[in-house]
Design a protein around this ligand. Structure first.
Ligand code: ADP
Ligand code: 5GP
Length: 204
């Protein structure tokens, strides 16, 4: 987030009442550098466990060729995003690599209230906001085996411009340094092994 007056400013978030939701409803935060494999891991996890729910974020970035509005993200204008902040419709939000990203509040409150576990796949600033407001959330940080492997995965994905790749790699260094803040740190080396470890952590 920046303090630049042209950008939206942070808002104070009231945590929802954590004494009322049934005990099975859990907030799970997934963080890690772009390209580390969060999306790939989550797709497998959701396929294996349809009872889990994944939050659909709002973003001001442009859709990638295979992305569907309302499924991968709610793609919104900057003005619309600012409105969502003003109306306190976002549980957390942050600026990442030149775009805004945020978690719509209502679906999360509904899922937790209904006793469903819900996963937020968000970057570091957002994860910190969630930790401040929802200290019981389980926060998992996904690490790459090496920085070289991270760069190769971002390039292999072949979905970002060279400028975007450089920005994401710069951001990645800063994010990886914050990994010890998280409850769990997991290296995504072999995909199946990582999924199995995640299952053991989430369903223990
Ligand atoms: P993120 O959601 O963290 O930005 P993606 O899920 O898009 O990352 O993964 C980036 C690239 O890395 C994709 O091409 C994906 O297939 C690949 N990938 C993900 N996990 C692994 C893994 N464990 N081993 C090798 N490649 C992986
Ligand atoms: P991408 O543009 O690669 O889809 O996402 C860029 C970064 O934004 C990723 O680290 C992703 O986890 C993060 N992100 C996605 N949605 C949200 C959100 O709602 N809030 C925050 N804080 N970060 C998000």
């Amino acid at each position: 987030m920046t303090s630049d007056s042209t950008h939206p400013q942070p808002i104070h978030l009231e945590p929802f009442n954590q004494s009322t939701p049934p005990p099975s409803g859990r907030l799970i935060v997934f963080t890690g550098p772009s390209g580390v494999g969060k999306g790939t891991l989550l797709r497998t996890l959701m396929f294996n466990h349809p009872e889990l729910h994944l939050s659909v974020s709002a973003t001001t970035r442009q859709p990638r060729p295979d992305e569907v509005d309302g499924k991968h993200y709610h793609f919104v204008s900057k003005a619309h995003f600012e409105q969502m902040i003003c109306k306190k419709e976002l549980l957390e939000w942050a600026e990442f690599a030149g775009h805004f990203y945020g978690t719509p509040r209502l679906p999360i409150e509904q899922h937790i209230h209904d006793g469903h576990s819900i996963i937020l796949e968000i970057e570091l600033q957002g994860a910190r906001q969630i930790h401040r407001n929802f200290p019981d959330a389980l926060r998992i940080f996904i690490l790459p085996p090496t920085f070289e492997e991270l760069e190769s995965r971002i390039r292999m994905r072949n979905q970002d411009s060279e400028a975007a790749i450089i920005r994401r790699l710069e951001q990645a260094q800063m994010e990886i340094a914050a990994a010890p803040e998280f409850d769990v740190q997991l290296v995504n080396d072999d995909l199946n092994t990582t999924v199995q470890t995640l299952e053991a952590i989430i369903f223990k």
